[in-house]
Design a protein around this ligand. Sequence first.
Ligand code: NDP
Ligand code: 2IT
Length: 454
Amino acid sequence: MALSDHVDLSRFMEGVERRNPGQIEFIQAVHEVAADVFPWIIQHDREEYLEYQILRRIAEPDRVVSFRVCWEDDNHNIRVQRGWRVQNNNAIGPYKGGLRFHPTVTESVLKFLAFEQTFKNSLTGLPMGGGKGGANFNPRGKTDHEVMRFCQSFMTELYRHVGDDVDVPAGDIGVGAREIGYMFGQYKRITNRFTGVLTGKALEFGGSEIRTEATGYGVVYFLANMFEYRDRSLEGMRCAISGSGNVALHAAEKVLHLGGSVHTFSDSGGFVFDPDGVDEEKLAWTKELKEQRRGRIAEYADRYPGATFHADQRPWSVPCDVALPCATQNELSGDDARELVGNGCIAVAEGANMPTDADGIEVFAEAGTWFAPGKAANAGGVAVSGLEMSQNSARLAWEEDEVERQLVDIMAGIHERCVEHGRVADTGDVNYVRGANIAGFVKVADAMLAFGVV
Ligand code: NDP
Ligand code: 2IT
């Protein structure tokens, strides 16, 4: 009797749920991948993946390090946070993935992100394994000095677990150029080594051109590939974007470059709707608001009276052709997806990681909406991080045009891989979720087979 007769998705998921009680985000992410991988293994007669328990092994992080982070706020109160680094899988390269500082960070959230990162990094074609880390620290409202002391304390433990050939963190929610600078400074101070241990560094000390822009630009390059594949263009497409951080603002910038229009931004306070569209001047103002003044998106509607602010709501009720969720996980539900489809939305590309919940994905699949999952659409950020690692190893810096050209090629390559593994035979359409899951899995799985049981 074949092994596949004994192994099925529901039994596999029962085990994942038993071993990870209450870790809902992690279980959700594993289910999304397993639901594609199991049927594919059986259809393609790849029983060795079952025999060697490959998916079971990828869904058990290599290690999860958790640690205390103490720091002193400006009023001399001692504060205690919890930090983590999840090293999920290093079959195809050193662990690689961002650090998130946000009060909602839990072990489950970081395990889901590290699991997703493993497939995403594989899809880029670059030699990077998957990891993620962070802390339940809220940078909002903290002074620069408080953030500096927190980052130094965080790195004082993290430095033991990372290294340029071991594990290379970068930014994510709440971690941008300022935090990377403080952490790199502390790593260098402790180890006395100037090495590419973090990516997303400033240009003066080993950063890469285009890394800041790469995730948002990459999302829109991927979207443009989806349109081109269907002989269409982004020109004139109305986009609804959630978030107003690094990914959202640079996605908006590239939409404008490619002739589309942008009508919404959001943050955890609500969303703004601008019927006239965000132009270059408004985008520059919003960047200054969020990046320099660290203000709230509600201020956009005060500055531009044609726009309206909608407190505690998400932007998915606004009629649009394209939705780009770029804030956080599970921010687009089944009901939101039905509203988008009802309003004529034809394409969704995820800038955030797992922003669409399982119901939302099902609604888009049934409606035939072109749907690009985060592990494909937002891989441009980590891809340029990979290019930053290459430049650091070679001790040189490439020109902006060169890096952007490579980003364009990498996003086109990811689109091709999704089409190769996700083309639906009867209709010729593409299931990007399946394509990304299978293409990402196969490379990691084959490397793991080569290593034997380790
Ligand atoms: P930023 O910290 O720059 O911005 C995050 C944005 O999302 C802010 O507008 C923030 O609003 C909003 N947000 C965060 N959490 C919530 C929440 N719980 N509810 C509502 N809004 C929220 O982060 P990034 O732009 O870097 O990251 C955004 C997403 O993109 C994340 O899912 C991240 O994992 C993903 N990503 C990031 C990459 C990168 O290179 N930076 C690469 C690939 C994916 P507020 O200020 O109110 O919290
Ligand atoms: O989710 C992600 O891909 C990131 N936050 C970027 C990771 C990286 O190492 O650049």
